[in-house]
Design a protein around this ligand. Structure first.
Ligand SMILES: Nc1ncnc2c1ncn2[C@@H]1O[C@H](COP(=O)(O)OP(=O)(O)OP(=O)(O)O)[C@@H](O)[C@H]1O
Ligand SMILES: [Mg+2]
Length: 159
């Protein structure tokens, strides 16, 4: 689907958030500046996390608790796997996958063996622009991998 602006990318994140529950893992693929963190920001806002979702470039994983008073909702764990070399290193972060909603930027190739299901989101720049701040359409593809996503349709998202 075509996502025209950063605001639309945040809205897409919010629509995806509505489907997510504890144990879910989302993998974001796309070059530097594609919009992975922008989508995660919208997702985090829709989940009602405390604190802003920013680029976790200087930490490997950041846990965002939800702002629910009872403290019962699963936190959002936002991982930047850019500097991780292997699935072993991702495993070493000791993330509570079962009890969290986990979003991994740059996770391609790192998830096998960690989990049997994940939602893969590919973000591309069909016009191949270079300036980061420029508003430019992105082409986003959602692919559910594994039993968790069998029968889950994303057709309604993006229309
Ligand atoms: N249609 C669009 N969708 C998303 N972001 C857009 C769009 N058009 C322009 N942008 C801009 O592109 C930038 C995307 O940055 P963002 O940090 O989300 O990318 P990223 O994929 O997380 O990069 P990195 O690989 O460095 O983590 C932002 O500055 C955003 O405003
Ligand atoms: Mg990012």
């Amino acid at each position: 689907m075509i996502v025209a602006t950063p605001e639309d990318m945040e809205r897409l994140g919010a629509l995806i958030a509505a489907e997510l529950r504890a144990g879910d893992l989302v993998m974001l693929n796309g070059e530097l500046g594609a919009g992975k963190t922008t989508l995660t920001r919208g997702l985090g806002e829709a989940l009602g996390v405390r604190g802003a979702v920013t680029s976790p470039t200087f930490v490997l994983a950041r846990t965002h608790p939800r702002a629910d008073t009872a403290g019962m909702l699963p936190p959002l764990v936002h991982v930047d796997a850019y500097r991780l070399a292997s699935a072993v290193e991702l495993d070493d972060l000791d993330i509570d996958f079962e009890g969290s909603i986990v979003v991994v930027e740059w996770g391609d190739g790192l998830l096998d063996g960690i989990t049997d299901s994940w939602l893969r989101i590919d973000i591309e720049r069909p016009h191949g622009g270079d300036a980061d701040a420029e508003v430019e359409p992105r082409d986003v593809t959602l692919t559910g991998i594994g039993p968790r996503w069998e029968g889950v349709s994303w057709d309604a998202v993006g229309h």
